[in-house]
Design a protein around this ligand. Structure first.
Ligand SMILES: [Fe+2]
Length: 627
């Protein structure tokens, strides 16, 4: 412990997913390419345990069998050689060198909890069910299978959740519900309706139609809806979605997949500023995609949504959506130029798993301390730390450095790379953008009125409005208890240099009166010199709902480049002051999204992952937790 104390009532497991390549990449490397590694800290009674593990994906298992990287990486998809790489992967699959039947994703993007299962997510693959042990370490259970049974059962047998039935009661027509489809793709950002227990998701397919599929899992994890959706402008990257009580909202941004243009433009994902951003509002009780209401807005790119809700009116609901967006974006800036001196990757900084897969063991002292936290199983590989007695002091001194996996600084840049000036007029009537005033991610407020077909977008908080180090806002989060209903506070990471977040801000949406940053940013945290973080996870206080919206904690990992170590930071979400800082004694790679499991959910997923809970009880053959 370097500062403060872990609150005694903050008990559970903080986990954060992110890329960490098991093998040193042979070619160019993209930040999205690394194998999924889950890092995290178990907090209990003021003590802390750190652990990390790779997720045992089909891809990782196959590469481990070959002893080298054999799968295609996004970073390699550049120029003519990129096209050859794309063809080569298909050829390898035909020749049996690669088995793509079990997916090729890295499970490196997000974690979520549903139907008593913890899922590791990657948008180019199905989820992996993992089990979080009482110690905080994880075990990979299996790759999920989501789809209908061999013979679909009568529609009336499908809906098992009475709340869901009430909420999304479909029209009584002979054609409803449509046949369920086997799910092949799954987003890294599904949305769980906390009231019904349903998980709403989508999956996009770059290579074949349908390029988009919307699906719903009921509270038990059974597939109860799957709707194919045609994308009128071809396949595109779609990272997040939004959910309100009435609508599932799909963000069809003009970041198109055009592999043939790789030869000319150098990268297969092309942001086309001449095309609109299209927002698809599909009623949750829709029978098929014909009920979608499409809205067009000026070209933009959204990776992450903060929240969305319905505002009821006499003519029907008006939908509000808050998200971080930019009108200019390129994905290829996340590619390192060299495999050994890459900006995400440095040989000297990353310890590759020992050849013999020797388990990393706790010291005797730590094992003694972990006894009251359940059985600590080191697993096949992966670094870990351990706590000592006292107020969550973490002592990693006995852990060989080579066993503590960490990566170099991702000094990549998300800044817009376009060199051409062009006119982009957004709905708020802002000035034309020029290359001197390049656009980056800011917080936007979107509204959609299905009754009139009108949509608006407005940039409400932009770091350029303030003289501060940050140039970009991303990773928006809220108190999860306020999802799908009007909320007040949005927390966002502030990026100062590439994907280095130097802090985060707290925005008050009720103060949106045109003042922008000056009036809406009501709290700001700076990690300090040479200290960088990423997304925060909001943890409401344990117990029943109530209290203020900003009552709770914000937890994040911060890397201190001066001492080459990472720290777990716990902030009071109300005051934005540090509550606790825990020295992890090692460097943790920058990553993506995290999850906090409270004590109850921790126990539920322990049971759910080791029993047949979640297996098919209705119409789907979902086996999210069957092992
Ligand atoms: Fe994401």
């Amino acid at each position: 412990m370097t500062r403060g104390k872990v609150p005694k009532n903050l008990n559970g497991v903080f986990r954060r997913n992110g890329p960490n390549p098991f093998y040193q990449p042979l070619g160019k490397y993209h930040w999205f390419d690394g194998d999924g590694m889950v890092h995290g800290v178990r907090l209990k009674n003021g003590k802390a345990f750190y652990a990390n593990r790779w997720i045992e994906t089909s891809r990782l298992k196959q590469e481990r069998a070959y002893g080298r990287p054999v799968f295609m990486k996004i970073g390699e998809l550049t120029g003519k050689s990129g096209l050859l790489t794309l063809i080569s992967q298909k050829l390898k699959a035909r020749l049996g060198i690669l088995d793509l039947s079990k997916g090729s994703g890295q499970a490196n993007t997000n974690l979520t909890f549903h139907a008593n299962k913890v899922l590791a997510l990657h948008e180019m693959d199905l989820p992996y069910v993992i089990k979080v042990l009482c110690s905080g370490a994880i075990e990979t259970i299996r790759r999920a299978s989501i789809g209908p049974p061999a013979s679909q059962k009568p529609p009336e047998a499908r809906t098992k959740n009475p709340k869901a039935e009430r909420r999304t009661d479909p029209p009584a027509t002979a054609n409803y519900p449509p046949p369920l489809r086997k799910i092949e793709e799954f987003t890294a950002h599904p949305k769980v309706d906390q009231e019904t227990g349903e998980m709403h998701f989508f999956g996009y397919n770059l290579y074949s139609a349908p390029h988009l599929t919307y699906g719903v899992l009921d509270a038990e994890g059974n597939l109860v809806k799957s709707i194919p959706i045609n994308l009128p402008n071809g396949p595109a990257m779609m990272h997040d979605m939004a959910l309100t009580k009435r609508y599932a909202i799909f963000l069809y941004m003009p970041l198109f997949f055009r592999p043939k243009e790789m030869v000319v433009s150098g990268f297969p994902f092309i942001f086309d500023p001449e095309m609109p951003s299209k927002f698809a509002l599909l009623p949750r009780d829709a029978a098929d995609a014909s009920e979608i209401v499409w809205f067009n807005l000026p070209a933009g790119m959204i990776f992450h949504v903060a929240n969305a809700w319905d505002e009821e009116g006499k003519d029907g609901p008006k939908v509000h959506l808050y998200a971080c967006s930019t009108s200019d974006y390129t994905l290829n800036e996340l590619v390192s130029s060299n495999s050994t001196k890459g900006i995400h990757w440095s040989r000297e900084d990353v310890s590759v798993t020992p050849k013999n897969n020797t388990p990393y063991c706790l010291t005797r002292k730590a094992e003694q301390n972990s006894a009251d936290m359940g059985r600590f199983i080191p697993g096949a590989h992966g670094g870990m730390g351990m706590s000592t007695r006292g107020d969550a002091t973490v002592d990693f001194a006995a852990i060989p450095r080579r066993q503590l996996h960490a990566m170099g600084d991702p000094a990549i840049s998300l800044r817009a790379a376009s060199s051409k000036s062009r006119d982009i007029l957004n709905m708020s009537g802002e000035e034309t953008k020029s290359e001197e005033d390049r656009d980056t991610f800011a917080l936007f407020h979107f509204t959609f009125d299905p009754a009139t077909g009108l949509a608006t977008q407005r940039r409400i908080v932009d770091p350029k409005q303030e003289d501060c180090d940050a140039y970009l806002l991303e990773f928006p989060i809220i108190n999860p208890r306020y999802a799908m209903r009007p909320n007040r506070y949005v927390y966002m990471a502030t990026f100062c240099d590439g994907m280095k977040a130097n802090g985060f801000v707290k925005c008050d949406l009720t103060k949106d009166e045109g003042g922008g940053w000056a009036t809406m940013v009501v709290g700001k945290v700076e990690y300090g010199k040479q200290r960088f973080g990423g997304e925060c996870v909001f943890v409401p206080p344990p117990g029943e709902e109530g209290g203020e919206e900003d009552e709770g904690w914000l937890i994040t990992l911060v890397y201190d480049a001066r001492v080459r170590k990472s720290f777990l930071l716990v902030y009071d979400a109300g005051t934005m002051e540090v509550v606790a800082e825990i020295d992890l004694k090692t460097r943790v790679p920058f990553g993506f999204h995290g999850l906090f499991l409270g004590e109850d959910d921790l126990q539920k997923q322990m049971r759910g992952s080791t029993t047949s809970g979640g297996e098919n009880k209705g119409g789907g053959d979902v086996e999210m937790g069957k092992v």
